[in-house]
Structure formats: structure tokens, C-alpha cells
Write a protein that binds this ligand. Sequence first.
Ligand code: GLN
Length: 284
Amino acid sequence: MTTLGAFLDRATATLRAAGIAAPRHEARWVIDAILGERRLDGARRLSAAEAERLEAALARRAAREPLDRILGEREFWSLAFRLSPATLSPRPDSETLVEAALSLLADRRRAWRLLDLGTGSGALLLALLSELPAASGVGVDLAPQAVATAAENARRLGLAGRARFAVDDWAAQETGPFDLVISNPPYIESAAVATLEPEVRRFDPPLALDGGADGLAAYRALLPAARRLLAPSGWLVLELGQGQADAVATLARGAGFTHVSTRDDLSGIARALLARQPGGAIGG
Ligand code: GLN
């Protein structure tokens, strides 16, 4: 029989030894997540069942598994997304893309048709559908397990009626047209993947991280796909890795897109690239 305070001390030491920064904070987050106790009573005795759940979570966190994966769920756009080993854990930075897309699809009542390339947990598409009540969309991913997780998320969020998910390679099976194509593609240079934090390198799927030798391979593949699938004057919104704005803008213009611009994330990093399919309205 151990107390919460004793567990906190031991968990802190274990996480420190595992190389985790701010180990006491992280130990408290584990306790909060597992027991739902924000106000920590150090003298409280843990039941055997509680101690077992805490120990299991602590062991996983000490192995550098992120807390959201231990819990199996992460919040994005204030919605809860289930995760699986095949899905990237959605990051707050990616909310920049949702904001940018919503600014382009200003008429919230329209039946916008959306496509999410490399949908993972479905976070981008489902966040948009949650804001656009008449819109519908398709999310594709190369990983069948990601597609299954995204479909489960759509059901849990009550959006399954307007979302379809499919295993596909940059939407080769789709015919469109779509009003908006959105994507958070893999953009880390292959050689840099090994230098990422263990939480990312060991637990986010390599398919969702590795952007080839120069980090731009996925953009080269998806830009022509987006050109083929977008309606005239449709919009493309892509996540960018740090420092990639100029290179991806050049690729987008080279692929025939117009109106290329970027939006910063909360850290001031150009995180979203916006580009428009030519055609349609005069001056478009
Ligand atoms: N944002 C992730 C990271 O920096 C990378 C995601 C991606 O490659 N699209 O770890």
C-alpha cells in the first residue's frame, strides 16, 4: 500500500532518470490523467487497482511514450481524437491550417467538398466538418489502420454521415472535384528523423514524418494530385515544416497554382501554405 505522495516522488525520479525534462510536472500529469486528480493529496492511500494503473502508465511514459498515446486520445480543435500507431498525434500547430481553410471557405452554409491527403486520425477534415455544417469530405491515407482510426473518430464526433475515409495513394482513386484540398504531409528530412525527440521518433509513424532526402518529396507528389482534383478557383492548404515556405511556394507555382501565401503559427513560424487553382471567375 503506497500513498499518492510516495508515488509522485518515485515517479518523478523514474521520469528524471528516463531523460524527461520537468519530471515532476510530467509525473503530476500522469496522476491527473490516470486518476483525474488535479489537487493532489499526498497522504491519500492508493488502492491496488489505482497503483497498478499508475505504474503501467509510468512505465510507458518512462519509455518516452507521449501521454496522449498512453491515454489513446488527443485533443485537436477542442475535439477528442483517438490515436493508433498508424496516426500522427495531431499538433496544435496544425490548427493554423484549420483557421486558414475556414477563412477561405467563408460561407459556412455552403456544401463545400473537402479532401484531406494523408488524413491520419482525420483531425484536419473532421475539424473542418465540425465548423461547416453543410460540407462533406474525403480523407485518404496510405495506412489502413489510420483510415480505420479516422473513420472511428468520425463516428465518435457524429460526423460519419459527411465523411468518407479510404486507403489511397495521394487520392489516385478519387475523381473530385473538390473545393478545398488540405494536407499535413510528412516533411522531415530523412536524415533528421533520427534526431527528433524519442516521443516523436519512436511513436509517431515514420510514414507521417519522413519527407525524403530534402523533406519535400510528399509536396512534389501531392501538388499534381491537388491540381487534378481541385475545382476551378479551389484552394489548397498545406502544412509546412520550419523553413520550407519558400521551397514549397516555388513548387506550388511550378505546379501551376496561383495566389500563393503563407500563414504563421502561434510561434511565428510560416506553418500553412495557401494556394489557388486557376480558372473559374474572371480574375481568379
Ligand atoms: N510536426 C511534426 C514534427 O515536427 C512533423 C509532422 C509532419 O512531418 N508533417 O515532429
